[in-house]
Design a protein around this ligand. Structure first.
Ligand code: AMP
Ligand code: GLY
Length: 421
């Protein structure tokens, strides 16, 4: 089989390394990929959002199967276009990817089908939204409706904060059209868990749980980032909670989408908060998480290609997907300054030493080649995953890997996996 993976970050690198284990996969292409990915797949210089060019490439190269890692092409309808052209592709169609593309849509879906989530109101004009926050209790959460690179959620502690945030989203259009509508919702408290799941339109199979660390600095201080590290499994996601999630959240979501004529095939990422009233949905994503994938896929004890194919063919119920009884932790090495401005182009040392070590996996997120050497080329540069028989060992392995690697201004958190929840 010839497989094309769409995207170019650590998540796509993790997908590719797992697909390489499949005896059914002969050749992997990645568009656009990055320098590290180019050692495991043939990178093609096409942007993940250039759907027409991707389709032409898939036809010309006779690609048998395409896997979409990123959210933007899914929300834009890449799956619909590929299917219309007789190309096999893994991911939700546009009308199902909307669970990530529109927060207003996903909240309405949850309300209609009684799926536990924070109570909310939706507004499409500033004045009504302002009148609502004026009467609200604080803190309150304001969310831009559409995609906003993970930055469209504001937790506002006072009316002043909320007014400022609302203006930025709805009047100044900080996130463009994504802010034409806002969802204003109740502030929930409790630990957060990410549960990703495979879906074939009818059947949903949750993966092992994970937790991420979104803030830039130790102790959850600093700005929100795309993710500074992850670990799996979550210590708080017990069998009892997972059973509740399956019955009250996972199955109802997939069957609600089917009832609405929006059959979901692909990955649903359930962002959950375990509140004192039980688990509630904070957000849905329509794709693998980054960097959750970098701790989940190393634990998979099954052919990933077989799973992707079963999802597309509606045969997920025929598989008995197995996971390793171990743990994984991923530490992100970022460029100093990230998530604000940072410099690129610094030489990365030590990768060859890490490559020789068992139980350490290096996933490239933002790297390029310069004079045949790897250099930094993004905010998040590398994900270093350690695997061990329990979380303590996994965390130790990840930091052992981190010790070998260095580049100018490298920044990473030293407390990945060791928060108490
Ligand atoms: P999101 O981009 O939707 O993942 O939201 C970013 C973060 O905002 C989440 O991981 C939560 O920590 C926080 N958040 C979102 N919605 C709520 C809520 N209703 N109550 C409390 N925190 C929230
Ligand atoms: N790690 C969060 C996300 O992928 O959205």
């Amino acid at each position: 089989m010839k497989v094309l993976v769409v995207g170019g970050g650590g998540r796509e690198h993790a997908i590719i390394l797992k697909l390489k284990e499949s005896p059914r996969v002969d050749k992997i292409y990645c568009a656009p990929g990055n320098a590290g990915i180019s050692e495991d797949a043939e990178c093609v210089n096409i942007k993940a959002t250039d759907i027409d060019a991707l389709m032409k490439f898939a036809k010309d190269e006779k690609i048998d199967f395409t896997v979409v890692g990123m959210d933007d092409p899914l929300v834009m309808g890449i799956v619909d276009k590929f299917e219309e052209n007789g190309l096999k592709i893994f991911g939700p169609r546009k009308n199902a990817a909307i669970i990530e593309g529109s927060k207003a849509f996903s909240k309405e879906l949850m309300k209609k089908y009684n799926i536990p989530t924070a109570s909310y109101e939706t507004f499409d004009n500033y004045n009504d939204a302002y009148l609502y926050i004026k009467e609200s209790k604080f803190p309150i959460v304001i969310k831009a409706d559409g995609l906003a690179l993970g930055k469209g959620v504001l937790i506002c502690g006072s009316l002043e904060d909320a007014e400022k945030g609302l203006k930025q989203i709805m009047v100044d259009k900080k996130f463009g059209e994504s802010g034409d509508k806002v969802v204003i919702e109740e502030f929930l408290t409790g630990p957060e868990v990410s549960v990703l799941s495979f879906c074939d339109g009818t059947t949903v199979v949750p993966m092992v749980s994970a937790q991420d660390h979104k803030r830039a600095f130790d102790g959850d201080r600093g700005l929100n980032t795309g993710g500074m590290g992850t670990f799996s499994p979550s210590r708080i996601y017990t069998k009892e909670i997972s059973d509740i999630c399956m019955e009250k959240i996972f199955k109802p979501t997939v069957s609600a989408l089917k009832k609405e004529g929006r059959e979901f095939k692909g990955i649903i990422y359930f962002g959950l908060m375990i509140t004192k009233d039980g688990p509630k949905v904070i957000e849905y994503n329509a794709r693998f998480g980054d960097p959750e994938t970098q701790v989940i896929l190393p634990r998979l004890d099954f052919d990933l290609f077989d799973i992707f194919e079963a999802c597309v063919d509606g045969k997920l119920d025929k598989l008995d997907i197995k996971w390793k009884d171990n743990a994984a932790a991923c530490v992100i090495l970022a460029s100093g300054g990230y998530p604000e401005s940072y410099e690129k182009g610094f030489t990365i040392n030590g990768l060859d030493k890490c490559a020789k070590m068992d139980n350490i996996y290096i996933y490239h997120a933002g790297t390029a080649f310069k004079d045949c050497k790897f250099v930094t080329n993004g905010g998040r540069v590398l994900g270093v995953t350690g695997v061990g028989k329990n979380l303590d060992e996994a965390i130790k392995m990840a930091y052992k890997g981190v010790e070998f690697i260095n580049f100018k201004n490298a920044h990473f958190r030293r407390d990945i996996g060791i928060k108490k929840v």
